[in-house]
Design a binder for this molecule. Structure first.
Ligand code: GLA
Length: 671
């Protein structure tokens, strides 16, 4: 006996089938099927033959492969149960299927936004002990020859890895207790019938399995790293989408993110230009200097001044005071009021740094509550600190009171919420408690936005981002490295929520000295800001920063509702992308040259996402090719060129020769 369910977006169909009441398998996740298709016939069309060396039927590969199905690959849970169909709830764009074995229950929830074509899949398991549960596993077509995962590190997040499908399992486990720099929980899977993208929107670390069975079938599993045995587990949402190509999935994901995920305090307010004082002064808060910096920041276009680490306890370095969230009277004898007024008068709002989940052993909090830490007292420290046990209600109460007091006493519209060490062991309850704390703070202070940061990109996922308005992508402000990280993170993170700052002249994380033209235009690809001692800027650097900041403010509205497109270039040292306005009348193109060009001359650059109408394209970045660029290139002329969108997309435009560490930025407008 089989039972089938089907959901459709305009482009995609999902068909689930349950055999003899067992957990369903995804029979089809691919191109939209004909309306009247007979699902039983479809099922029959997929029944496999039986041959030697196998059991007398092809084992079921369900959304949660089980031992009882004699499944030969990675199992979807270690729970010992034999669930059978109980009930189905069907709506036009959602489906909920329940299966049970006595007290043990498995529920699969699928919801679809038919317009964005993003599917959210969640598995719930209760009434049985388990350490592991995958979010609903999905099959991958046999025409896919590889998939793309992410590795990374602090100051080097989002490194794409191409993995070829071979028989066996590619398994990755993140045991940091947070999303981690080392493995963003997403995968891109190019297939003939469409490009698939999947992302686990959870922040507790994950297990990823991409497996090809000896019979040729493939499955992908993504599930939370629980770190303990539970009798109630939620795995998901797993966001799943498909489109013609990479830019297509980026469009779906960004549309979905903008509609369902991002948490802006005031969606009407344009994303502000940030000034952050971290790499300017570190812990050395001197109000007189900061006032001067604030004046300069405002003059350069900043709209939000962020006071980073160093304002509380006796925090003169990172050995002390996490947990003591009271203003340091040595540095701020009169509190923040006068400083905030100064900042407000300059036209900026005020934001502040917290790292709520952490505690230094050298702190008043630790003296009073040594028992509040997660793990053993003699565990190794990380950045001189320990983690608070967020499952203790008294810890949450304390943190809420401390943060609430600061937010209630001062005019603050933003928190940079940091998380600078890995947990001593994975425990999914930590981040659930953090989510609840964030939700409570947001409810008490609806005007306050939160930026998620974990030494840069250690906690980037849609679970965290559904509570935050910005993400600190990386602690690397090195424009060359940042250009790569931004390009590789682009499918998952729309430009307006991806923080990007112009850092100090000599980059603190790479020691490279890069031109301001490059640094400023790379930051202008995303949520623009700057973070350096502004007193160090030469007049030329100030002019460049101010020019780019002015351009960004004049263009952010259409960029922040526009579409993002990766452009292909043959030169591995180049990164090219463009943002096109929703009405397709405007666009901006960035062509960055990281290292020395691979060839004597660059390729024509082909655009994407335009209509077939005339566009005027002109260069807006300064170009200085010196004697290396001797030709009569159209983009060297500030008037640019006018061409139809079709020509710009299929024929392309010839860029001039770019020197290493330089960038060409173009602007286009419908003529
Ligand atoms: C982390 C962040 C930095 C800064 C410091 C402060 O490293 O990523 O941007 O806020 O903490 O200690």
């Amino acid at each position: 006996m089989i039972e089938c369910w089907r959901l459709d977006s305009p482009a995609t169909s999902l068909v689930l089938v349950s055999h003899n009441g067992r957990l369903p398998e995804v029979l089809h996740f691919g191109a939209r099927l004909a309306d009247g298709e007979n699902l039983v016939a479809l099922y029959r069309a997929a029944i496999s033959d039986v041959t030697g060396g196998m059991i007398d039927a092809r084992p079921l590969m369900s959304v949660c492969p089980l031992r009882e199905d004699v499944f030969p690959g990675a199992q979807g849970t270690d729970a010992d149960f034999q669930p059978r169909f109980v009930s189905a709830e069907e709506e036009p764009n959602s489906l909920s299927l329940t299966f049970a074995d006595g007290q043990a229950q498995y529920r699969l929830d699928v919801t679809l936004d038919a317009e964005t074509d993003v599917w959210s899949l969640t598995a719930h398991l209760s009434g049985v002990e388990a350490n592991w549960l995958t979010a609903p596993a999905f099959p991958v077509p046999s025409d896919s020859d590889h998939f793309v995962t992410y590795s990374g590190k602090w100051i080097g997040e989002f490194q794409e890895n191409r993995v070829d499908w071979v028989t066996g399992a590619h398994v990755r486990e993140v045991r940091d207790g947070r999303t981690s720099h080392e493995a963003f929980p997403g995968v891109l899977i190019p297939c003939d019938d469409g490009f698939i993208a999947a992302h686990l929107g959870m922040s507790c670390g994950h297990r990823f399995v991409a497996e090809q069975l000896p019979d040729g079938r493939r499955q992908v599993q993504f599930g939370p790293m629980l770190g303990r045995t539970e009798t109630e587990i939620t795995a998901g949402p797993l966001y799943l989408t498909r489109a013609q190509n990479r830019n297509g999935v980026t469009a779906n994901l960004h549309a979905h993110f903008r509609r369902h995920i991002r948490a802006l305090a005031d969606p009407e307010r344009p994303r502000p230009v940030h000034y952050n004082c971290w790499e300017a002064v570190y812990f050395d808060h001197d109000e007189v200097l900061l006032r001067d910096i604030a004046i300069r920041a405002a003059a350069l276009g900043a709209e939000r001044f962020v006071l980073d680490d160093g304002w509380f306890g006796l925090r003169d370095d990172d050995t002390t005071s996490l947990g003591d969230w009271q203003i340091d009277p040595r540095k701020w004898p009169d509190g923040f009021s006068a400083f905030i007024e100064h900042v407000n008068t300059l036209g900026m709002t005020f934001g502040i740094w917290f790292e709520p989940e952490m505690i230094n052993p050298v702190s008043k909090l630790y003296e009073t509550h040594p028992d509040w830490i997660l793990g053993e007292a003699d565990q190794p420290l990380g950045r001189q600190q320990l983690v608070l046990d967020m499952t203790k209600p008294e810890v949450i109460e304390y943190l809420f009171e401390q943060i609430d007091a600061v937010l209630s006493n001062y005019k603050i519209d933003y928190i940079k919420w940091d998380h600078n060490r890995v947990l001593p062991f994975p425990d999914h309850r930590q981040v659930r408690a953090t989510y609840a704390l964030m939700d409570r703070i947001r409810a008490a202070h609806p005007g306050v936005e939160i930026e998620t940061c974990a030494s840069g990109g250690g906690r980037i996922d849609w679970g965290m981002l559904s509570r935050t308005s910005r993400v600190w992508l990386s602690d690397s402000n090195d424009a060359l490295e940042r250009m790569r990280i931004q390009a590789m993170a682009a499918p998952w993170l729309p430009p307006e929520i991806t923080g990007s700052h112009v850092g100090p002249r000599q980059c603190h994380t790479s020691h490279r000295i890069l031109p301001m033209e490059l640094r400023a235009w790379v930051a202008a690809q995303r949520s623009f800001g700057f973070e350096m001692n502004l007193l160090e800027l030469s007049p030329e650097e100030s002019d460049t920063l101010s020019r780019v900041s002015t351009w960004w403010k004049a263009n952010r509205d259409w960029m922040h509702s526009g579409s993002h497109h990766k452009l292909s270039t043959r030169d591995p040292e180049q990164f090219a992308e463009m943002i096109v306005s929703a009405d397709k009348t405007r666009f901006a193109v960035w062509l960055g040259q990281r290292g020395a060009p691979a060839d004597i001359l660059p390729d024509r650059l082909r655009f994407d996402g335009l209509e077939n109408r005339p566009y005027r394209v002109r260069r807006i970045s300064h170009f200085d090719g010196g004697w290396l660029s001797r030709g009569d290139n159209a983009l060297k002329d500030e008037n640019g060129v006018q061409l139809y969108g079709q020509s710009l997309m299929s024929f392309g435009l010839q860029p001039p020769v770019l020197t290493p560490a330089s960038i060409l930025v173009l602007e286009g407008e419908a003529a």
